[in-house]
Design a protein around this ligand. Structure first.
Ligand code: F6R
Length: 642
């Protein structure tokens, strides 16, 4: 953990801070959540000893789930009791029935309340069923109830991609109280995934106000993943403004943000630590600083001067590591050496400065693809090169991806089978039954109801067919459909990984004995699926690491559709020509069920091929701006070590 700095700008020997909110950065959400859960548990116990209730303000959303999981564990293993807890939730969609799968009542029961001993009469959640005319009165009573309890002792918060806290959207006033709010488009878009489409997301919510939140005695805000980084920076370092409601927390005397490294990425002490304190100028820090300087000054690396370094807080780097000229050349060469058109290694070539080994010239490769299209979207150009360069390329599709297929698409395929059977005189009562059942089911299906097992299976088959089409298009027939069990819930909410998931991965690795593994290292996937898929691979690799073949196995991580590695992290960059970019686009087009408005669009309205192209050309542009060769597009990888 990197400790939060205190505000002591300019004092000799102390770090300068740009942070106006104490911020604790942890390696991952799990570590941070354990610390937060411990703080909550300690408070509950202190209040118990004093014979007092512990008043908690609770949040929903993806961020607090790991905290709740940890609290449940403490309840089970350490006997932490919630009998003296009284809780007030921040918000609820409006209108919303409490038993809906989307309600925050249901969320809280599933994520926490049903697993601990909190009495049912002790938790309060804004009522999404109240008639419009009574909302103002309800809201007033909600605030009064909190005040009557003596106020909130500990308020847990997440932060929206637009800086909201609770559902206090940008524009909310610092003195706002519990009320009905109209949700921002970006908030609804972020929830569209859960609701199965933007049109199904409620337009309003009842939320505690900013004042209700700020009155809490202690406030802790959680943020995980790079998606949150810009708003964490704005709230922690920027001015207090109604445009970023979380920035109001700067005024709170006892607030802390608990964030993971990715969410902290834009903070000055992480992005440009040399502007905050003395840093150790190791190779990675030098690379980070030089590339940053080059982008900031919009100058290629080889043109950076001593003055540029001195003017930007890097004179100690020059003092310790030689002249600007030497540093420029050194970093330039390192970046140059990451570029290769031979992702499987270049045979008969000196590989001293290449990202991959020359030998064996023909490698066995497994590309792990969490969903059935991540292989082509995230590394389609590299996949193609590996096949073209004669390696034995296996693709392992980790999950069926069945929840992301629209109902009418499934029905079209079932209908096709019936027509096909009729045309060719194939008697199949079973196909007819599936057709009739599916028709009946889909006709009466309520919004976001879980599909019947047949419909789910058909949806999985559609995605399987698309993945096979991509493999054929690229030129491999080594495809493996792993259908990892954790995914098969039929809802966005997945199970945790089990031994069975890990075994499936380990068995495949053992069977193929790969020299290279490619996996999605995209840990901030909003669905969470990529992270679970990686956890299973990591667990399998750890199980297998003593096997002989593993000594020759290198693991490369690509990033999913959301973000690219930072330029100084990249260890292999595979360039693509304009033709290769177009070929990759056609490979992505094979995933027809994911085109023209996908089920889980999220906040980004671009189609997957557009996101991939913009990201890959963006990476190429960064290399170009640094003064390296100008390519049409590039795919980037980082090597993973045990
Ligand atoms: C939830 C809430 C929201 C969320 C925020 C972040 O009760 O009030 O402010 O905390 O939208 O959501 P996640 O954690 O899903 O990214």
């Amino acid at each position: 953990m990197i400790q939060a700095q205190t505000a002591n700008s300019g004092i000799v020997g102390q770090a300068i801070t740009y942070e106006k909110i104490p911020t604790q950065i942890y390696a991952d959400a799990k570590d941070a959540s354990s610390a937060v859960a411990k703080e909550i548990a300690d408070l509950i116990r202190i209040k118990q000893k004093e014979g007092k209730p512990c008043i908690l303000g609770l949040a929903t959303g993806s961020s607090p789930k790991t905290v709740y999981a940890q609290l449940i564990k403490m309840h089970r293993e350490e006997g932490l009791s919630f009998k003296n807890v009284i809780s007030f939730n921040l918000d609820e969609y409006y209108p919303m029935q409490p038993d809906s799968i989307h309600s925050y009542v249901r969320f809280m029961r599933e994520q926490l309340f049903d697993h601990v001993d909190i009495p049912q009469e002790n938790y309060f959640i804004p009522d999404g069923t109240i008639p419009p005319a009574l909302i103002a009165d309800f809201a007033q009573r909600y605030d009064n109830k909190i005040n009557a309890m003596g106020g909130i002792d500990f308020q847990l918060l997440g932060i929206g991609g637009n800086g909201h806290i609770g559902f206090n959207e940008p524009g909310s006033l610092i003195n706002s109280r519990t009320r009905l709010m109209t949700l921002d488009h970006s908030t609804r878009a972020a929830a569209a995934m859960e609701f199965g489409g933007l049109h199904q997301v409620p337009k309003k919510a009842i939320t505690m106000g900013v004042a209700s939140i700020i009155n809490a005695k202690r406030v802790v805000l959680l943020a995980w993943g790079e998606r949150k980084a810009p708003m964490i920076k704005a709230a922690v370092e920027g001015p207090v403004t109604e445009l970023v409601p979380a920035s109001y927390l700067q005024a709170h005397p006892n607030v802390a943000f608990f964030v993971d490294e990715r969410a902290a990425n834009d903070l000055t002490r992480v992005k440009t630590p040399w502007l905050v304190d003395t840093v150790e100028w190791d190779n990675s820090m030098i690379k980070k600083a030089v590339t940053h300087l080059s982008f900031t000054l919009q100058k290629p690396i080889l043109k950076l001067t001593t003055k540029d370094y001195n003017d930007n807080g890097m004179s100690d780097m020059l003092a310790a590591h030689g002249s600007a000229y030497d540093i420029n050349i050194n970093v330039f060469n390192q970046l140059q050496h990451t570029i290769t058109g031979w992702p499987g290694g270049k045979p008969n070539a000196d590989d001293t400065h290449r990202p991959e080994r020359a030998l064996p010239a023909k490698k066995r490769v497994i590309i792990f693809s969490p969903h059935p299209d991540d292989d082509i979207i995230s590394m389609g150009g590299t996949f193609q090169r590996l096949v073209d360069q004669g390696h034995e390329v296996h693709v392992a599709y980790q999950t069926s991806g069945n929840i992301a297929v629209a109902d009418d698409e499934a029905f079209r395929f079932i209908d096709f089978v019936v027509d096909y059977n009729q045309k060719f005189g194939i008697e199949s009562q079973a196909a007819m039954k599936i057709f009739n059942d599916a028709k009946a089911f889909l006709k009466q299906k309520k919004d976001s109801e879980i599909d019947s097992s047949e419909v789910r299976y058909v949806k999985g088959l559609i995605r399987r067919g698309e993945a096979k089409a991509t493999c054929r298009f690229v030129g491999t027939d080594h495809f493996h459909f792993l259908d990892m069990p954790f995914y098969e819930t039929g809802t966005i909410q997945k199970k945790g990984i089990s031994e069975a998931d890990v075994k499936i991965i380990a068995n495949l690795i053992e069977e193929v004995k790969p020299h290279q593994i490619y996996a999605a290292g995209d840990f901030a996937d909003p669905h969470g699926t990529h992270k679970v898929c990686w956890d299973a691979i990591e667990a399998a690799l750890k199980q297998l690491k003593h096997k002989n073949f593993m000594k020759d196995c290198w693991v490369w991580l690509y990033r999913g559709a959301w973000a690219e590695w930072d330029i100084h992290e990249i260890e292999m960059a595979v360039p693509m020509s304009p033709d290769q970019v177009v070929k990759k686009r056609y490979g992505i087009f094979k995933h027809q069920s994911q085109k023209d408005g996908v089920v889980f669009q999220g906040e980004d309205s671009r189609e997957f091929w557009q996101r991939a192209e913009e990201r890959n050309s963006g990476t190429a542009l960064l290399y170009d701006q640094l003064g390296l060769a100008e390519y049409e597009a590039m795919e980037a990888f980082v090597r993973w070590h045990f």
